[in-house]
Design a protein. Structure first.
Length: 341
C-alpha cells in the first residue's frame, strides 16, 4: 500500500511517499524561513499562500523522482490539526480532492501523533511501550505511549513551551529568525555557568513544566549586562542549560514513575545537540534506552504524516469527514491503532 503524506500545519510544506512493505521511499520539505524572516515570526496568510504555491509541484516532483504517478497511490494522509487553520485547509483540500478523483481513502492525521511516531522511522526503531518527550513548537509534553493511538498524558507545560521559550529568548538577545536554532548555535560559544538562571518547577514533585519565568529572567539579565557578543553567548548557554536541565530531569522522573525502559524524543527541540547529550547520559546511568527520529525528521515533515496515516488507513480508521481541519485538537481523543500482524 502506497500512501502520500501531506504536511501544511504551519511554515513548512512537506510531502512524502510511504509504502507499508518497503517503508519510507522519500520525502521533500520546503521551509518558509526566508519568507517570514523580515516579520520576525510566521504570518499565517503568507504561510497559507505559499503552501498553495508549493504543494502540487512538490507532490508531482516526488512522484516522478521515485518512479510513480498519482494512479499508483492507495491512500492519502494529511495533517488535520493542530495548526494554523488556513494552512491546514490547503493540505486538506488537496488531499480530499485527490482522494475523490482517484477513489482512494484519505485520513486526517493528528500533527502530534505524527511527531510521536516519527522515531519509528529510525533504525533501530523503539518498541512499545515507551515514554515520549514531545518538544515541538508550542508543545512540551511527556506521554506514556502504550501503543500507536494509546497515549496517556503524564505532564505538560503550564505556559510557554520549550520551543517558544527558545524563540522568544532569541528575540530578546537580538538573534535572527528562526530564533531557536540561532540561540543553540550561539550557546556553543558561551559559558553556561557564568550566569545563574532559574530551573522552573524542577522540584515541583510532578511532571509539568513552566518556562515563562526563565524567559523573564533572561530579559532582566540582558538589561543588566553589556551588549557584547560574549555576554550574549554566555546568556544563551546558561538559558539552554536551564532548559536542558529541566527537560532531562523530568524525563528521568517519568521513566521511574512508569517503570518503562525506553524514552522517545520527538519534535524540533529534539534536534538540540546539548539535549541529546544529556538524555543519552541520563539513559546510560539510569538504565533506559533513548531513541530519536533522524534529525531531518525532527521538524515538521510529510514523512511522519504518511507513516501515521498509513497505520490508520490500513485499518479503515479514516473518519467520516475527510475534508475537515481541527486547529485545536486533543491527542487523547484519537482511536487506538491495533497492532498489525
Amino acid at each position: 500500500m502506497l500512501v502520500l503524506g501531506i504536511e501544511t500545519s504551519c511554515d513548512e510544506t512537506g510531502v512524502a511517499l510511504y509504502d507499508i512493505n518497503s517503508g519510507l521511499l522519500g520525502h521533500r520539505v520546503h521551509s518558509q524561513v526566508a519568507l517570514h524572516a523580515e516579520y520576525g515570526g510566521v504570518v499565517p496568510e503568507l504561510a497559507s499562500r505559499d503552501h498553495v504555491r508549493r504543494l502540487l509541484p512538490m507532490i508531482e516532483a516526488l512522484l516522478i523522482e521515485h518512479g510513480h504517478s498519482v494512479g499508483d497511490l492507495d491512500g492519502i494522509a494529511y495533517t488535520k490539526g493542530p495548526g494554523l487553520a488556513g494552512a491546514l485547509l490547503v493540505g486538506a483540500s488537496v488531499a480530499s480532492a485527490l482522494s475523490y478523483a482517484l477513489s482512494i481513502p484519505v485520513v486526517g492525521v493528528h500533527h502530534l501523533e505524527g511527531h510521536l511516531l516519527s522515531p519509528l522511522l529510525a533504525k533501530p526503531a523503539p518498541e512499545f511501550p515507551f515514554v515520549a518527550l514531545l518538544v515541538s513548537g508550542g508543545h512540551t509534553q511527556l506521554m506514556a505511549v502504550e501503543a500507536a493511538g494509546q497515549y496517556r498524558l503524564l505532564g505538560e507545560t503550564r505556559d510557554d513551551a520549550a520551543g517558544e521559550a527558545f524563540d522568544k529568548t532569541a528575540k530578546l538577545l537580538g538573534l535572527p529568525y528562526p530564533g531557536g536554532p540561532a540561540l543553540a548555535e550561539l550557546a556553543e560559544k558561551g559559558e553556561p555557568t557564568r550566569f545563574k538562571l532559574p530551573r522552573p518547577m524542577l522540584a515541583s514533585g510532578d511532571l509539568d513544566f513552566s518556562f515563562s519565568g526563565l524567559k523573564t529572567a533572561v530579559l532582566m539579565l540582558s538589561q543588566q549586562v553589556s551588549d557584547g557578543q560574549g555576554e550574549k553567548a554566555d546568556i544563551a548557554a546558561g538559558f539552554q542549560e536551564a532548559i536542558v536541565d529541566v527537560l532531562s530531569t523530568k524525563c528521568v522522573l517519568a521513566m521511574k514513575a512508569t517503570g518503562m525502559s525506553r524514552l522517545v524524543v520527538a519534535g524540533g527541540v529534539g534536534a538540540n545537540r546539548r539535549l541529546r547529550d544529556r538524555l543519552d547520559a541520563a539513559g546510560s546511568s539510569g538504565g533506559f534506552a533513548v531513541f530519536y527520529p533522524p534529525v531531518e525528521l525532527c521538524t515538521d515533515n510529510g514523512a511522519m504524516i504518511a507513516f501515521a496515516g498509513a497505520q490508520r488507513i490500513r485499518q479503515g480508521l479514516t473518519g467520516a469527514q475527510p475534508f475537515s481541519v481541527q486547529p485545536r485538537w486533543g491527542l487523547e481523543s484519537l482511536p487506538a491503532i491495533v497492532a498489525h500482524t
